[in-house]
Design a protein around this ligand. Structure first.
Ligand code: F6R
Length: 594
């Protein structure tokens, strides 16, 4: 999703803005631009990568400026639609993340008052509104403009001749990086980590005035204190560390992510979500809401919690949540979101809160919008995830769900003790999957020639089939569908044949025999079949064309090893097809629009 950068200090702003924008490229974008202020405002923007913009932009002198990477929502990707946007005088420049819902009406009104617009964007009304209300104070004009606006925004405004940046946020994240005789603005932390590790998170409704030496934040005309946070991870941790792609690095970080989560949570005395207390309060069921990969983690969570805690769990896609006639009485809601900024998930949380539901959030980003509005937050210990395709955050989410479920398990103590042992061995088992890269690479080479693939699983590995298909389609652009193995014959069988490979997840649990039957049915339709199976499974070799083996684990943990193998399969397939793995077309790391 769009990225924002801002700088004010002693140094030339242009190169700093461009390097900050480079750091937010991972969020996905189709165009980018900068505006530098000195006596006037100089703008350079286009539908290019940041690197190309760096080459073509003239050298602008100025020590204050703003920059933006745009992921088109309102208006197609084009040079004029790229940010920053200007007012009629060309003296006020604005970058904006979010959506202005009433922009058409405001635009018509501004046109009738004599304003000229050049772009199709909603953002362009902001500099025009500021121009309209400007009466000697930039911050007052911004405040007045925002009163007219309905929707979400994170904005940075710069005006020619003014040695300040004005910032504001509502439902879209914005941070201030604190420096020495300089300050930075960004949509997210990696943008500014090259320059400072001191960060202030703005809250909804905040309007700030940032100069070289000062930061003043107000809401409703009263100055407010916002705590400064120290960021504990560094640029290297957010960089590729010798791997060809962020995705591969993040896949390989998973043993560490599992270890870090275990250390964090198995030593916590106080449960974050006290299910016993909630039971006393009459909570009888759980609802888990999420999108995309996080939704798949939620589906796995349903199996884990229902098996161990024995409470009914409902899982819903966050964007569909508003359309159900929900029965939410005595329900604990859990939302899962890596970024903590997914608009659909945030909307669902607000709705849950409105109807009086208690909401616990599982997220990877400290101080994200989700953590601010949920009643409780449990942080996953995945570290920064840069690649658009979620990998290690999925594993970290599962670890938190295991921890939650085991903490309140109704299973006997022998089973729990063996699960704990298994959990401790999980990092080395995942490492064995990663060490098995050669066979996965061979399968990926084979798969890369096809255009349609099915993934099938049963039970707790059905969501893993969905996740395997999502990973493959989003980064290799091969059409992939995840199916519950038993459903394949209820329609999709019509598509089976030599040109449609099937990847079957064959788990050593109560689904095994039924899965073998499904595989035989598939082979009878001549589909090439790759099985993802336990190391000790000899029978599967007779049936499948290729077998990717994974270490034997307790069935409840099989989604972890299987998902990691499928992540690698998707990665190598996309690499074989020459796809831009970390930045798949049309996708963004955090989806901040509905
Ligand atoms: C897929 C992927 C997306 C996200 C989805 C939710 O690899 O990354 O499907 O999982 O957009 O994002 P979060 O978890 O940030 O709410």
């Amino acid at each position: 999703m769009c990225g924002i950068a801002g700088y004010i200090g002693d140094k030339q702003a242009q190169s700093i803005l461009l390097s900050c924008l480079k750091r937010v490229e991972y969020r996905g974008y189709d165009s980018c631009g900068i505006a530098v202020s000195s006596s006037g405002i100089k703008v350079c923007k286009d539908i290019v990568r940041v690197e190309a913009l760096t080459k073509v932009a003239p050298q602008f002198n100025g020590t204050a400026g703003i920059g933006h990477t745009r992921w088109a929502t309102c208006g197609k990707p084009s040079q004029v639609n790229a940010h920053p946007h200007l007012d009629c005088t060309g003296n006020i420049a604005v970058v904006h993340n979010g959506i202005i819902n009433n922009f058409q009406r405001l635009k018509q009104q501004l046109i009738s008052e004599g304003h000229n617009f050049v772009s199709e964007t909603d953002t362009e009304i902001i500099p025009h509104l500021i121009e309209k209300y400007y009466d000697g104070s930039l911050e007052k004009a911004v405040e007045a403009a925002l009163l007219d606006i309905e929707g979400s925004y994170a904005i940075v405004v710069v005006m020619a001749g003014e040695s300040k940046l004005v910032v504001a946020r509502k439902d879209s994240p914005l941070i201030i990086g604190v420096g020495d005789r300089e300050n930075f603005i960004a949509s997210n932390v990696p943008a500014i980590l090259d320059y400072t590790d001191r960060v202030i998170y703005l809250e909804d409704g905040d309007i700030g005035v940032v100069t070289r030496d000062s930061i003043r934040i107000e809401r409703e005309n009263t100055e407010v204190d916002r705590e400064e946070h120290k960021i504990l991870w560094n640029v290297e941790e957010a960089q590729k560390g010798g791997y060809e792609h962020f995705m591969l690095k993040e896949i390989h970080e998973q043993p560490k992510v599992i270890r870090d989560t275990l250390v964090e949570y198995t030593q916590t005395a106080e449960p974050v979500v006290d299910l016993e207390r909630l039971r006393d309060e009459g909570i009888e069921s759980m609802l888990i809401l999420a999108c995309g990969t996080s939704y798949h983690a939620a589906l796995v969570g349903k199996y884990i919690i229902e098996e161990l805690v024995r409470v009914p769990v409902r899982v819903e896609i966050a964007s569909e949540f508003s359309y159900y006639g929900q029965t939410l009485a005595r329900t604990l809601a859990i939302v899962i979101t890596q970024s903590g900024e997914t608009a659909d998930t945030l909307k669902a949380i607000k709705r849950l809160r409105e109807v009086g539901c208690r909401v616990a959030a599982i997220t990877n980003v400290v101080d994200s919008s989700t953590s601010r509005i949920a009643d409780q937050t449990i942080y996953t210990k995945a570290g920064p995830e840069i690649s658009v395709a979620a990998t290690k955050s999925f594993t970290a989410q599962l670890m938190v769900l295991y921890w939650l479920a085991m903490g309140y398990s109704k299973a006997d103590s022998r089973r729990l003790a063996s699960m704990l042992l298994e959990l401790r061995q999980l990092p080395s088992k995942v490492q064995r999957v990663l060490d098995n890269g050669d066979i996965i690479l061979q399968c990926a080479r084979y798969l890369s020639k096809y255009e349609n693939v099915f993934f099938i699983g049963r039970g707790i590995n059905y969501p893993v089939a969905l996740e395997g298909a999502l990973k493959l389609k989003e980064i290799s652009y091969i059409h992939a569908e995840g199916y519950a193995a038993g459903e394949l014959k209820h329609g999709p069988f019509a598509l089976l044949g030599e040109k449609t490979p099937v990847i079957a997840i064959v788990a050593q649990d109560n689904t095994y025999e039924a899965m073998l039957t499904n595989i035989k049915e598939i082979k009878a339709r001549k589909s090439p079949l790759i099985a993802l199976a336990d190391e000790g499974d000899e029978a599967i070799r007779e049936l499948a064309d290729s077998v990717i083996t994974v270490p034997r684990v307790d069935a409840l943990f099989s989604p972890v090893v299987n998902a990691v193998a499928l992540q690698l399969l998707a990665y190598y397939t996309a690499k074989e097809r020459g796809c831009p793995i970390d930045f798949p077309r049309n996708l963004a790391k955090s989806v901040t629009v509905e």
